[in-house]
Ligand binder design. Structure first.
Ligand code: SF4
Length: 325
């Protein structure tokens, strides 16, 4: 399978609609061509500034306008964050991602503190990632100079469905930030969520956006909606595991080099279901008992799952020489 950025929606649709076992087999084959078998990247995500966000993302418990019981917390102190990163490193994480519930990064003291955190985590020998909303070219450069390895900014869904989920910014705003990240030389982490009222066509549209970016994201998180009480999507239907597997396998086939991350929703999956996701090409997880504000499997649970399935954590900085960004 070649690395291509000129996929058409029809081609992606054909892959997506392949009979499931055949799709998993094909994805597993391509996975082995591009990645070491049994290697899974273990990332930890910490919410460094929680809640009170002015945006209206319909799935998000941190949006100030929804009554979800999330307690607003100002930006954490650098020392607290570095202590948490050390704990994650000791537990086997190689990538540490810091999330701030901001619409966009502002040039102020908080940003200066984040730059110090980035530098601190980088010096600990972990890949450091942030997810903090929209970013200018200049801010991206500052983050790069502080040692940022990747920046997460999900496209969330297809361009067509985007307006049904978020009205406070546009799909183009999203793509602009991804461009700024790419220009600065930071790894792009971008994926989306299923279970947010999208159609199969929207899922294909989202994968099309990601696979036709000027270069593929180095990480592609595939999230299943966590239905949080108080958000507009609280009563949505639970995502079917087979839909997750189909998304993961399609992402693997059209973006062979990317780390495909089994992200939100993993807490609701049993080990057999997760094993099928790994088989279909997922090779990255978030570990640690929380995923920003929602539950996630803890380090120990994942350790025993790795033992059972014969998986091993991926070393940090492994893709530095072969980065597709
Ligand atoms: S997803 Fe991010 S931008 Fe959207 S409401 Fe939540 S914290 Fe704000």
């Amino acid at each position: 399978m070649q690395i291509r950025n000129d996929w058409t929606k029809e081609e992606i649709s054909e892959i997506y609609n392949t009979p499931l076992l055949e799709l998993i087999y094909k994805a597993a084959t391509v996975h082995r061509e591009y990645h070491a078998t049994g290697e899974v990247q273990v990332c930890t995500l910490l919410s460094i500034k929680t809640g009170g966000c002015p945006e209206d993302c319909a799935y998000c418990p941190q949006a100030a306008r929804y009554n979800t019981g999330v307690e607003v917390q100002a930006l954490m102190q650098k020392e607290e964050v570095l202590a948490y990163a050390q704990k994650a490193k000791d537990a086997g994480s190689t990538r540490f991602c810091m999330g701030a519930a901001w619409r966009e990064v502002r040039n102020n003291k908080d940003f200066d503190r984040v730059l110090e955190m980035v530098q601190g985590v980088n010096e600990m020998g972990m890949e450091v990632c942030c997810t903090m909303g929209m970013l200018s070219e200049e801010q991206a450069e500052k983050l790069y100079n502080a040692g940022l390895y990747a920046y997460n900014h999900n496209v969330d869904t297809s361009e067509d469905h985007y307006g049904d989920i978020i009205t406070t910014r546009t799909y183009n705003d999203r793509l602009r930030t991804l461009g700024n990240v790419r220009k600065a030389g930071i790894g792009v982490c971008s994926g989306g969520i299923i279970g947010i009222g999208e159609t199969h066509k929207d899922r294909i549209g989202m994968l099309y956006t990601l696979a036709t970016l000027p270069s593929h994201p180095s990480s592609v998180p595939i999230n299943a909606l966590v239905r949080v009480k108080g958000t507009p999507l609280e009563n949505n239907t639970k995502v079917d595991i087979w839909d997750m597997i189909r998304m993961i396998a399609t992402a693997r086939l059209i973006m062979p080099m990317a780390m495909v991350r089994l992200s939100a929703g993993r807490a609701e999956m049993n080990i057999s279901e997760q094993a099928l996701c790994f088989m279909a090409g997922a090779n990255s997880i978030f570990s640690g008992d929380k995923l920003l504000t929602t539950p996630n499997p803890a380090f120990d649970e994942d350790k025993s799952m790795f033992q059972l399935l014969g998986l091993k954590p991926r070393e940090p900085f492994k893709d530095k020489k072969v980065s597709v960004n």
